[in-house]
Design a binder for this molecule. Structure first.
Ligand code: C2O
Ligand code: CU
Ligand code: CU
Length: 493
């Protein structure tokens, strides 16, 4: 039995009833103040430790859930702050009862340091690895990348944010006070059972289209509200959901001034009314709260129900739950209140950020075609063989191709049936076109993940090496698609 919004609200003791959403919870004004993940600043120490452990997290005020986290967190991990231009000694210890691999999504490091599925950490073992970082400042992240188990592990909490910094955000005029005017927001959707416990039991529909939950978590919290100073506020947004695509906007109609995409800063802020954020993607936006009025970060319904949505109906048909009518409505992600007492550190939008926009020389680029295929043709295909790329499901023992180190390649990516967020390890890329037309504003900066809705052309220069036995992955970041075989691997030599 699924937990209803009403159950959850009453269980959590939150006041007031929000109208209009059958299942997706509306965060309540008067809820707890949102907590940031603890900040683990390794910029001067040059070293950090992550220890994965099992624990219990009470999301709902009812029964606790069995979850995984890092260090002192029972769900998710600390925000790692790392120097963007210096090596750091990473140590990852597994205190779980099963192996996991930990990938640095967005970090440009060689294949043997990348944390893909060929680098599992056994229980009670430590993976010590030097990360030789040298790339533009960016908000990136880390998450389990375990063969066939990524979707399950990320659901349980094996993920966290990384800030790559050069210490120059003051010069850029950017808010940079962690948790005050610089908020880290990990946005995820989950499902809960009748006792308030997180459940993840993907049915056929979830395996086909990706799992979507009906309760929104921000930094692992349900129904919390952010409190910000009266001025310019920076939101570092990570879509850490398995499959849900968000169309983020301000309820009050404020602009979201995009200042950074996956792999770093834009040259200048780009004002958006709606920001589409697919699984795996990050974006940094500035919002002007100088008028002091409170607001709500809202999302439109998941746009990614594709052709299969109609064909397969709702959960009621395939999953044995309730028809997911909430998909038809938008929902609240995070109420934001303005506290006028502290003086805002930044009170005007910077005109320029100074990031370098992508400008790859593609004249000698070689071309590659990538087709992302859902297993609709064979509903009976199971497990890691359900989905495929160019006709082949992911196989740990088969390299899909090899890229020449230092080469620039253009990939033409086509997605079947629905939009697929394609992610490539070990490279940042430029989006050249979308469906033969111009690139949408949110995809004009450097990217490592792009939502391919139809066809997209991207270009990247493959400078990081990867041997055939520790190759880079490229895959759909809908985690049920990734685990289901919509992934390939390549060496860079
Ligand atoms: Cu964020 Cu290969 O993953
Ligand atoms: Cu990655
Ligand atoms: Cu996909």
């Amino acid at each position: 039995m699924a937990l209803t919004r009403r159950d959850l609200l009453m269980g959590a003791g939150a006041a007031g009833l929000a109208a209009g959403l059958p299942r997706t919870i509306r965060a309540q004004a008067g809820g707890a103040v949102l907590r940031m993940p603890p900040l683990l600043d390794a910029t001067s120490s040059g070293a950090f430790d992550l220890v994965a452990r099992a624990g219990e997290t009470n999301f709902t005020g009812r029964d606790p859930s069995a979850t995984w986290g890092f260090n002192n967190q029972t769900f998710l991990g600390p925000t790692l702050r790392l120097a963007a231009d210096r090596a750091v000694a990473a140590s990852v210890t597994n205190r779980l009862t099963e192996p996991f691999a930990l990938h640095w999504h967005g970090l440009l490091v060689p294949g043997h340091a990348d944390g893909g599925p060929h680098l599992p950490i056994a229980p009670d073992k430590t993976w010590a690895i030097e990360l030789d970082i040298n790339q533009p400042p960016a908000t990136i992240w880390y998450h389990s990348h375990t063969h066939l188990r990524t979707a399950d592990h990320v659901q349980k909490g094996l993920a966290g944010v990384i800030q790559l910094t050069d210490g120059r955000d003051d010069e850029r005029g950017l808010p940079a006070e962690y948790g005050t005017d610089d908020l880290t927001l990990v946005i995820q959707d989950r499902s809960f059972d009748g006792r308030g416990r997180m459940v993840y039991d993907p049915g056929m529909r979830d395996e086909m289209m990706g799992f979507t939950g009906d309760v929104i978590l921000v930094n692992g919290q349900v129904g919390a509200r952010a409190v910000v100073p009266r001025g310019i506020v920076r939101l570092r947004l990570l879509n850490g959901s398995n499959a849900r695509v968000y169309d983020l906007a301000s309820r009050a109609g404020r602009s979201l001034h995009l200042v950074a995409t996956d792999a770093g800063f834009l040259d200048r802020p780009a004002p958006l009314k709606t920001l589409r954020l697919a699984p795996g993607e990050r974006a940094e936006v500035l919002i002007d709260f100088s008028d002091g009025a409170s607001d709500v970060l809202v999302s439109g319904p998941n746009p990614n129900t594709g052709m299969m949505g109609g064909m397969m109906g709702g959960r009621g048909m395939m999953g044995g739950g309730i028809m997911d009518s909430a998909e038809e409505a938008g929902f609240d992600v995070l109420p934001i209140e303005v506290d006028s007492a502290p003086a805002a550190r930044i009170d005007r939008l910077p005109e320029s950020i100074g990031g370098k926009m992508p400008d790859l020389d593609t004249r000698n680029a070689s071309r590659r075609d990538i087709a992302l295929e859902t297993g609709m043709g064979g509903m009976m295909r199971r497990g890691g063989n359900r989905h495929s790329i160019n006709g082949q499901s992911f196989d740990m023992d088969r390299l899909n191709f090899s890229v020449q180190r230092g080469a620039t390649e253009i990939w033409t990516i086509e997605g079947q049936m629905m939009a697929h967020p394609l992610h490539i390890h070990g490279v940042m890329f430029q989006v050249l076109s979308e469906n033969g037309g111009p690139v949408s504003p949110r995809n004009r900066g450097w990217k490592d993940t792009v939502l391919v809705d139809g066809r997209a052309e991207i270009a990247g220069r493959f400078d990081q090496p990867a041997t055939p036995d520790k190759p880079f992955m490229f895959h759909c970041h809908i985690l049920e698609h990734e685990d289901g075989g919509m992934m390939g691997q390549f060496s860079v030599v």
